[in-house]
Write a protein that binds this ligand. Structure first.
Ligand SMILES: *[C@@H]1O[C@H](CO)[C@@H](O)[C@H](O)[C@H]1NC(C)=O
Ligand SMILES: *[C@@H]1O[C@H](CO)[C@@H](O)[C@H](O)[C@H]1NC(C)=O
Ligand SMILES: *[C@@H]1O[C@H](CO)[C@@H](O)[C@H](O)[C@H]1NC(C)=O
Ligand SMILES: *[C@@H]1O[C@H](CO)[C@@H](O)[C@H](O)[C@H]1NC(C)=O
Length: 520
């Protein structure tokens, strides 16, 4: 049982996390990028053997459909992939997930007719290309409601150099959420930890009567959505999630307009609606957002421990072309500034003190003397800062003129290939897997740092070891938390939770500024 769960979780993790090439497409004027094309691009986040099996599975599904025969069961598809994983040179998990839920979406459609066609086309296309991923309704091998109970085996924070932590391994295998403690500031929500620091999730209330929805808090996109009551996914329903619609909310109003968002992995399409939402007790009545009537399995699977996303980049990126919740809160005068601040926590620390604060910063979470504020250099609406220097154990690697998109919705750090190679060259024992990924010793003590606004922010070496290559060898080889991929320009990094766990991170829409500070 444990065995199955472990492989399934790894599999789902690989499927959920994205393509490193999936950097959000810029909203270039008049250009619509059809993500369908991207599906067929060489992807470097999934092991070729697994990808091969996904292609085989997909072919079997297509053939079954074409000939009117019954496709093999989901179990058979999963088993095929498991079998294939045994064939991999270094076993399951040898090539791991890069980034999650980062948009690569197309420009918002300019008219409704197009919206329907594009949205349906994209979702249908992605579903058809869905590979070995499962149905969402039939997937039942992992338990969404599982709360990681790793505490019992925890021995407190693992010291750097001790190897991959047992706590993280348990979470990696079981998925689910580790709930945050109570927030320490007003206008704040706890940030639950998904699996082994894969994503960060807060609970907000939506509809009348208000019900709890779990939302992935994503500084790298700008749309809020949850599943619609009539949500479908690959012909099935959208899994064991909480949905919103006219049957469950008397204040729900469908505007009749449509939206679609394509992320690095997964896509949603649906209707733009208004309804009442409440965030940390701040009531946003008739807020405009989306309900997804179609989700790819990346969101509908029972292993996905959230009901939707809250995008907290700037609304210039919004496919729904509406204000983000923090912008709406500021506009309504419920908070004074459109500031969003993140304290994301590291599962291995067992503090569960993750928190998102709206309208300000929680000064109890960081060392105020280290608070560093710098300009957002991105003109599309992402949060991107100039990187002063990149160093390993204090030695400057000479990578100048770099910028970094700071994205809570991305798990790892994705660097341009030559930069990723330069960083790993400074980590003793690291190896390239030849496909953009790297392995490092799970026991590495090398401290990689990035500087912003003149302040050096170090990455705890524990965070560099993202997952063990062999779950039975936690002091052996680990998959590096820094991977490579084409992001934007040759000097642009995508910096996710591997880094952000090490800093207090705050964004300010009004001033178009980013702040980072060292944690206390
Ligand atoms: C799904 O999981 C639950 C709880 O583990 C179990 O009771 C149920 O039988 C499972 N359903 C299927 C279809 O496997
Ligand atoms: C999920 O796991 C939790 C904790 O182990 C358990 O209480 C719950 O019954 C499980 N739910 C399902 C559907 O299996
Ligand atoms: C699904 O729900 C949405 C949102 O309420 C609605 O606009 C749409 O018409 C519904 N679709 C069907 C097929 O009922
Ligand atoms: C997906 O789930 C639905 C609902 O249980 C089922 O009818 C459908 O056959 C499933 N599709 C696949 C491909 O398993």
């Amino acid at each position: 049982m444990q065995f199955t769960l472990s492989f399934t979780t790894l599999l789902l993790a690989s499927l959920l996390v994205l393509n490193v090439q999936a950097l959000p497409v810029r909203r270039d004027a008049g250009m619509i990028t059809l993500p369908l094309k991207r599906i067929h691009q060489a992807r470097d986040d999934i092991h070729p053997q697994m990808l091969l099996q996904q292609h085989i599975n997909r072919g079997q599904r297509r053939l079954a459909r074409m000939t009117g025969r019954q496709a093999p069961s989901e179990e058979q598809f999963q088993a095929n992939i498991h079998n294939r994983m045994f064939l991999m040179p270094s076993g399951p998990g040898s090539h791991t997930p890069s980034k999650r839920y980062n948009r690569q979406g197309s420009k918002a459609p300019t008219n409704q007719a197009d919206a329907g066609g594009i949205a349906a086309g994209i979702v249908a296309g992605i579903n058809a290309a869905g590979g070995g991923s499962s149905n969402g309704t039939t997937t039942n091998t992992t338990n969404t409601t599982t709360t990681t109970t790793a505490t019992t085996t925890a021995t407190g924070a693992t010291p750097s150099g001790a190897g991959f932590s047992q706590v993280d391994l348990t979470a990696l295998e079981n998925g689910g959420l580790t709930p945050a403690g109570n927030p320490s500031a007003s206008n704040s929500l706890g940030l639950d930890i998904e699996a082994n620091d894969v994503g960060y999730i807060a609970t907000v209330q939506m509809g009348t009567p208000p019900r709890d929805f779990k939302l992935l808090m994503d500084s790298g996109s700008a749309d809020l959505w949850v599943g619609a009551e009539n949500c479908t996914s690959q012909g099935g329903n959208c899994g064991p999630h909480t949905f919103l619609g006219p049957a469950s909310s008397s204040s729900f109003v469908d505007t009749g307009k449509q939206f679609q968002v394509t992320y690095g992995s997964g896509a949603v399409a649906g209707d733009i609606v208004t309804d009442d939402i409440s965030i940390a007790g701040l009531a946003l009545n008739t807020h405009t957002f989306g309900v997804a009537t179609q989700e790819t399995v990346d969101f509908s699977a029972s292993s996905v421990p959230f009901d939707g996303l809250m995008g907290l980049a700037q609304s210039t990126l919004s496919q729904q072309q509406t204000l983000t919740p923090v912008e709406s809160l500021a506009k309504a005068g419920l908070i004074t500034e459109a500031i969003t601040s993140f304290k994301i926590s590291r599962l291995a620390d067992q503090k569960n003190d993750g928190e998102i604060t709206f309208g300000g910063l929680d000064t109890t979470k960081f060392d105020q003397a280290t608070l560093t504020t710098f300009a957002n250099v991105n003109t599309q609406g992402f949060w991107e800062g100039a990187v002063g220097s990149i160093a390993a154990d204090g030695t400057d690697l000479g990578l100048t003129g770099r910028t970094a998109i700071l994205d809570t919705g991305t798990t790892l750090i994705i660097a341009p290939a030559t930069d990723a190679a330069a960083v790993h060259a400074a980590i003793p024992g690291s190896q390239s897997d030849g496909q953009g990924g790297f392995t490092i010793p799970c026991t590495t003590t090398t401290v990689v740092s990035l500087s912003f606004g003149g302040t050096v922010f170090t990455i705890d070496p524990r965070d560099l070891a993202f997952a063990p290559v062999n779950n039975n060898d936690l002091t052996g080889t680990c998959v590096s938390g820094i991977s490579s991929g084409q992001i934007g320009g040759a000097t642009e990094w995508l910096v996710g939770d591997v880094f952000l766990k090490n800093a207090y991170f705050s964004t300010d829409v009004g001033k178009n500024q980013i702040s980072l500070a060292k944690l206390v």
